[in-house]
Design a protein around this ligand. Structure first.
Ligand code: ADP
Length: 168
């Protein structure tokens, strides 16, 4: 019998969108176990702490029994190996993602030739969906119900109400 395959889906998830969730669901249907890994050392200017992002993501994946959410810092390839995995999953939207993802995948392959990066093409309806767009619409009081899962909608509302960006 072949060994069960654990895949790692790393990202900022600041916050998770329906595009991320679509990749999670599809990867969970392909691999035996999926670890969604929130990066702690992102150079991006983030809204939510890693703990907040993990907690919200966990609420989003409760119906997917083979998905776990955790965080990592340091080199992704080291983390992937520590998890007994050799599979990285990334999502691809437009051509604009390609250049960046290609660079990272090649750098990772140079460091760890035994680890393979699998790209899942976005579903058409999420082509233009990003965490930044979701945050911006939510901050301005727009409707994000078609763009982000319910726990994320709640987390954004709470955050922007607290910051006074929205009126209750
Ligand atoms: P990172 O900072 O590592 O790029 P993100 O949270 O922005 O983290 O993205 C994580 C992964 O999810 C990336 O591979 C990104 O291309 C992918 N992704 C983000 N939004 C979508 C989407 N709407 N459809 C498909 N993949 C997506």
């Amino acid at each position: 019998m072949s060994q069960p395959i654990t895949a790692v889906y790393p990202g900022s998830f600041d916050p998770a969108t329906n595009g991320h969730l679509d990749i999670i669901e599809r990867a969970a249907g392909t691999f035996d176990r999926l670890l969604v890994a929130v990066g702690r050392n992102s150079s991006k200017n983030v809204l939510f702490t890693p703990e907040e992002r993990i907690a919200t993501l966990r609420e989003c994946v409760t119906s997917l029994p083979n998905v776990e959410v955790t965080s990592f810092d340091g080199l992704l390839v080291n983390f992937v190996r520590e998890q007994g995995s050799h599979v990285i999953v990334r999502g691809l939207r437009a051509v604009s993602d390609f250049e960046f993802e290609f660079q990272i995948a090649l750098a990772n392959r140079q460091m760890a030739p035994d680890i393979e990066t699998y790209f899942l093409m976005t579903s058409a309806e999420y082509l233009y969906l990003s965490s930044s767009i979701v945050k911006e619409i939510a901050r301005l009081g727009g409707d994000i119900s078609a763009l982000a899962p319910e726990p994320v909608q709640r987390a954004l509302k709470t955050r922007f109400l607290r910051e006074g960006a929205l009126s209750s």
